[in-house]
Ligand binder design. Structure first.
Ligand code: ADP
Ligand code: MG
Length: 737
């Protein structure tokens, strides 16, 4: 069966060569019971490991069943071990977190047997080693003797022609040792059993051959009983582990060590949570608001300008403005300071003029052309006197109607969608070689309308329906009664018994200035057939899932006084005093020059790049920290996976089983995280900041995060398996003890 000719084994360790054993010649047959003795360090274990294909040899020839093996690759030895070898170790190498039954079963699962077909066989063998009472006990709870009997059961169930035992009684008391040897003898009948022992008396009667080793050489080889004719060798039958069994083991491993499960779970949880919040807060900071709630896209950076909002975040009242005007050193107030900074175009045919909107009350001096406005939609245009684009065609400008387009965000205007028509009745010119900016002086009502429009186009709207937030389009419709909403009939399927009528529906609006909530109830639904009748509208197709609410309700969301204004001081020298005084009025005052955006676009771009880099670096650091922690956690599993390998698992098997474990664990932790976020969103858990930043996360981000998580798990299991298989099984064991 086994034949060694001049086989030597060397260890290379940091340039030093040590000899495991030298020039061993040996022939062993089935039905032999071989005892190997010798003092510690004489090479017994090394010999056993080479025989059992757990370790390589460097010199000579080893024949297995007549076949020479010096050209064998790791794969061939794997194959050999599965067909021929069962190992028993001094320190058991069992899976402590598995029960007795599971330990024995593991061999069979790994070698392609079906779970339900092996039950009887396993119970039989457990009976033979006398552990029936303990079959469902975790191995960690057993005594040393019992553990070794489990190891023997595991070797028996594998049903290989060779059993190799390295000091199986080394860690046992005399009584247990005796029992173990008894069982081994029983098992040994039609097999080749090789036992290393330091206590030869125990097996002397039974042994058919006694080999004595000294200093890496065999110095005695006594054959007590000659086997003349070797019986037919029956290889152990195996196939590859089935997918179901991989899952079975993956699931078992996920949960069988509670502390490991929780640790991995926590790491996955916090890694995803940290990456998501980091990403979301980056997205949030991209919005043009500071932590104090200012809009910060300032164009007018005059030294005498102070930006104010209210400490309680409410809108300004006339009373507020009156109080401010009472202060010394106040030149004038611009109530809607967004119009100072927002260049809004007015359009007519092929002409467009960009300028700042300003309240007509701030107009000083006289018009150079035309007259002062008399109606609400009449305005004055203020331009540089060298603005020839306009001065050369005054007759096309003066007393002509221009329209203001819908404002759709910074510098995005729709030419088709106009919100207001204005007539330029007067023009004032100024003389300045540095600035060509235009200004429109308009009535307060026009400013209000424009502000509504700004509010509309800078707002996020979320709809809470059936406890879920969705981003439906909300539109005003005069057919809808006040306090009610009319929604797509399709939405009724979200409700029990399709009962959608009278269900509550809330609209949440937020923009850089304020938040608003509108609580409505559903009065009706629309379908294709009743669409026109219910809402008085023609086109149905594009209206899927739109939510229609009363026009006044709708306008109430946007029809707001100003939330941010600007104060211009007369004397810049004493501006700090004015700031203190404004602060005393319950305001947040800040000099526009303090917003540090004065360097303009380039500066902002650099800030943005830095923010992107910091975010990416943080995410990478998080990733590596998690990776390291997971690696450390997994390292504690080296023995487990080395044992799988010893029992016949291939690189791919190990990877797959680990994949499944990490997949289940990361998926579970991600699901819990999503529930957690959901609970925050619907205010079961009150974490305002998280709730706020999660608004920046959509299904796309959540799915991407999950994909990343699974990819990380896969990567980790790949690296772990690679590293494990770089080492020999025996080295992995040795490193751990
Ligand atoms: P035994 O089992 O008889 O006590 P071993 O087979 O464990 O002896 O060791 C035989 C020799 O090989 C010893 O000199 C030991 O130091 C050496 N040896 C064993 N394992 C290694 C290893 N991994 N690296 C280097 N030397 C080793
Ligand atoms: Mg040894």
């Amino acid at each position: 069966m086994l034949k060694l000719e001049n086989v030597s084994k060397f260890y290379y360790n940091k340039g030093i060569i040590a000899s495991g054993f030298t020039k061993v010649n040996l022939e062993l047959k089935i039905e032999e019971f071989v005892a190997i003795i010798g003092e510690s360090g004489s090479g017994k274990s090394t010999l056993l490991n080479v025989i059992s294909g757990l370790d390589s040899y460097e010199e000579g020839e080893m024949y297995i069943n007549g076949k020479e093996t010096s050209h064998y690759q790791e794969k061939d030895f794997e194959n050999y071990r599965r067909k021929y070898i069962a190992n028993i170790f001094q320190n058991f190498n069992l899976i402590n977190s598995y029960t007795v039954y599971q330990n024995v079963e593991l061999v069979l699962l790994l070698n392609g047997y079906k779970k339900h077909k092996v039950k009887k066989k396993i119970l039989d063998i457990i009976e033979q080693v006398g552990l029936t009472k303990f079959k469902n006990t975790k191995v960690s709870k057993l005594s040393g003797g019992q553990k070794q009997r489990v190891a023997i059961a595991r070797a028996m169930v594998k049903d290989t022609p060779i059993i190799v035992a390295d000091e199986p009684t080394g860690n046992l008391d005399t009584e247990s040792a005796k029992e173990v040897i008894e069982i081994l003898k029983k098992v040994a009948k039609d097999k080749l059993v090789v036992v290393v022992t330091h206590n030869i008396e125990q097996i002397e009667d039974q042994a058919t051959r006694i080999i004595k080793m000294h200093d890496g050489r065999i110095i005695q080889n006594i054959e007590k009983k000659k086997i003349t004719k070797e019986p037919e060798i029956i290889e152990s039958k195996y196939t590859n582990i089935s997918i179901i069994n991989k899952f079975r083991l993956g699931i078992r491993n996920t949960f069988n060590i509670a502390s490991k499960f929780l640790l991995l779970f926590a790491v996955f949880f916090f890694m995803s949570a940290a990456i998501l919040t980091e990403y979301a807060s980056f997205q949030m900071s991209e919005e043009e608001t500071t932590d104090d709630g200012y809009s910060i896209a300032f164009r007018d950076l005059s030294e005498n300008r102070i930006i104010i909002n209210k400490k309680d975040r409410t809108s300004f009242t006339n009373e507020d403005y009156e109080k401010i005007k009472q202060l010394p050193n106040i030149d004038y107030i611009v109530e809607d300071d967004i119009f100072i900074d927002e260049q809004i175009p007015i359009l007519r045919n092929d002409m467009n003029i960009y300028g700042n909107m300003s309240d007509i009350v701030n107009f000083e001096g006289n018009v150079d052309f035309g007259r002062m406005p008399e109606n609400e939609d009449e305005i004055i245009l203020k331009i540089n006197k060298n603005h020839f684009y306009i001065t050369n065609r005054l007759d096309e400008v003066l007393n002509k109607t221009f329209s203001v387009p819908k404002i759709q965000g910074t510098n995005a205007y729709s030419n088709d969608d106009t919100i207001k028509d204005l007539i330029i009745v007067g023009i004032q010119t100024y003389d300045n070689s540095n600035s060509y900016e235009c200004k429109f002086y308009v009535s307060k009502n026009v400013l209000n309308e424009l502000r509504n429009n700004v509010n509309k186009n800078y707002s996020n709207i979320k709809v809470l329906l059936n406890n879920k937030y969705e981003q439906y389009t909300v539109e005003p419709n005069s057919n809808v009664p006040s306090g009610k909403a009319i929604v797509d009939d399709e939405l009724k399927y979200q409700f029990k018994n399709n009962r959608i009528k009278n269900q509550p529906l809330s609209i949440y609006l937020n923009n850089i200035y304020y938040q608003e909530e509108l609580n409505l109830s559903i009065s009706n639904t629309y379908t294709k057939s009743n669409f026109k009748r219910t809402l008085g509208l023609e086109k149905y197709d594009s209206n899927r899932y739109k939510i229609f609410i009363n026009t006044d309700d709708y306008n109430s969301l946007f029809n707001k006084p100003s939330y941010q204004s600007s104060v211009y001081v007369t004397d810049v020298e004493t501006i700090d005093e004015t700031i203190t005084q404004l602060g005393n009025l319950g305001l947040n005052p800040k000099k526009v020059t303090d917003f540090k955006v004065s360097q303009g676009e380039a500066y902002l771009r650099i800030i943005k790049i830095i923010k992107v880099i910091v975010t990416i670096v943080l995410i990478i650091v998080l990733f590596f920290i998690s990776y390291l922690i997971i690696k450390i956690i997994l390292k504690s599993r080296n023995i487990y996976y080395a044992t799988l390998r010893m029992l016949g698992a291939t690189y791919k098997n190990v990877r797959r089983i680990l994949d499944i474990e990490l997949f289940i664990n990361s998926t579970l932790s991600y699901i819990v995280l999503l529930f957690f976020i959901y609970a925050i969103k619907i205010n079961i858990i009150n974490l305002e900041y998280i709730s706020k930043i999660t608004e920046f996360l959509g299904p796309k981000e959540y799915i991407l995060m999950y994909v990343i998580l699974i990819a990380i798990s896969g990567l980790i299991s790949r690296k772990f398996a690679k590293k494990l298989f770089k080492n020999t099984t025996i080295n992995t064991y040795n490193e751990e003890v």
